[in-house]
Design a protein around this ligand. Structure first.
Ligand code: ZN
Length: 242
């Protein structure tokens, strides 16, 4: 079973074609969303495909009226098993905007941290604050998506139980490969971050996680089948944790 732990299925030109493909391939695809409205749409159109899990998100870069977004998030969170994309995006933004993002994330975590929901976290230029907030809330079901922060924080994030989902763009950069190599096998997930990340000049599709499996199999000295089973078991462990 192939796992795409972070894919913006709703952002493709034909989202249902992507969902149908995932079902046909027997994959599990976490369809992250950027707003609660997009989540409701995803539930309506994508969740009927086996293996496609709609995740409720408020992307930190969403600039619209954040009070409305938060209200909608809180109203819907009870039925979502996966939360994301949420997080902090500091790069290029001033302190007022950073503080606004922190307030939203604070409310989100306050509402969800005691649940078994899986949190799909974006952290760009904000790894320290993310680590502090996840620690404060004792969030146990966390996937760091495309982690690009300081390498010294990787061990700290591992120590509070985080998993890391890696993608093709990450594996193209020396730092990304270095971070991937620091991770124990039991804490790695595969993702595409499609359609934003491209593979051979086309938007990545969920099935492209196979390329990552090949790289991981090589690094871990396992067969591709064993690697696939390891990633699947990591994902199942995450969703079954008490
Ligand atoms: Zn994303």
């Amino acid at each position: 079973m192939l796992i795409d732990a972070h894919c913006h299925v709703d952002q493709y030109t034909d989202p249902t074609a992507i969902a149908r493909e995932a079902e046909r391939d027997g994959m599990v695809v976490v369809a992250v969303t950027n707003t609660p409205i997009a989540y409701e749409e995803a539930v309506r159109h994508l969740s009927r495909y086996r293996g496609v899990i709609s995740a409720l998100g408020i992307h930190p870069r969403v600039q619209r009226n954040s009070t409305d977004l938060l209200g909608a998030f809180l109203r819907l969170q009870g039925r979502a098993t996966h939360i994301g994309e949420i997080g902090l995006h500091y790069s290029g933004l001033d302190e007022a905007e950073r503080a606004r993002q922190r307030r939203i994330l604070e409310e989100v975590l306050r509402a969800t941290h005691r649940s078994n929901k899986v949190h799909n976290i974006h952290a760009v230029g904000a790894a320290e604050d993310i680590f502090a907030m996840l620690s404060d809330y004792k969030c146990r079901h966390v996937v760091m998506h495309w982690y690009s922060g300081p390498t010294r924080l990787v061990d700290e994030l591992l120590s509070i139980g985080c998993l890391f989902s890696i993608n093709q763009a990450m594996m193209r950069s020396p730092k990304g490969r270095h971070i991937a190599a620091m991770l124990p096998m039991g804490r790695v997930l595969t993702e595409t971050d499609g359609p934003y990340v491209r593979v051979s000049s086309a938007p990545a599709r969920p099935r492209d996680v196979e390329l990552l499996l090949r790289q991981l199999a090589h690094a871990w000295d396992l067969t591709e089948g064993e690697t696939e089973a390891q990633i699947a078991s990591n994902f199942c462990g995450l969703t079954e944790m008490g």
